[in-house]
Write a protein that binds this ligand. Structure first.
Ligand code: 5GP
Ligand code: ZN
Length: 141
């Protein structure tokens, strides 16, 4: 894709701090980190959504993320925990439409968080969970 930032990084048309690269996957430092050590794991093929990748490529991405996870924990970077985050679609917060997995260190009082909407004070009833579960499960067949 000619106007995709991540394709440009892959093709060396834009600079990036690359932590891993193989034939299928690249990982580099996020330019606007949540916390120091924020890394993006990106398939080299241009696909917008994670489900468009074959399962082998998805596995490769998560295997690289696992290595990075361990490396962050061993490194001097401040990290009491690690978040994985993947925005799959614009409504989910995706801004770069070349699928990518965020991995970033977390520590107490770092100021980052995901929040529920305000009306979400009551847990759903079991019947409601079962109905939603059934609807999604049917679509998996
Ligand atoms: P999204 O919101 O799509 O899940 O995340 C896109 C991420 O890409 C953001 O965290 C943003 O900081 C990062 N990003 C955007 N442009 C660039 C860039 O040119 N270089 C790098 N390294 N990261 C970028
Ligand atoms: Zn791309």
């Amino acid at each position: 894709m000619t106007d995709c930032i991540f394709c440009k990084i892959i093709n060396r048309e834009l600079p990036a701090s690359i932590i891993h690269e193989d034939d299928h996957v690249i990982a580099f430092m996020d330019i606007q980190p949540v916390n120091p050590g924020h890394i993006l794991v990106v398939p080299k093929i241009h696909k917008e959504l994670i489900a468009e990748l074959d399962t082998d490529l998805t596995s490769r991405m998560f295997n690289i993320a696992a290595k990075i996870n361990l490396a962050i924990r061993k490194s001097p970077i401040q990290s009491e925990g690690i978040n994985y985050f993947l925005a799959d679609g614009e409504a989910a917060g995706q801004e770069v439409f070349h699928t990518h997995l965020h991995i970033f260190p977390r520590f107490r009082h770092d100021g980052f968080g995901l929040k529920f909407h305000e009306s979400y004070t009551q847990l759903p009833k079991r019947e409601e969970l079962d109905e939603i579960c059934g609807n999604i499960k049917l679509s998996m067949e």
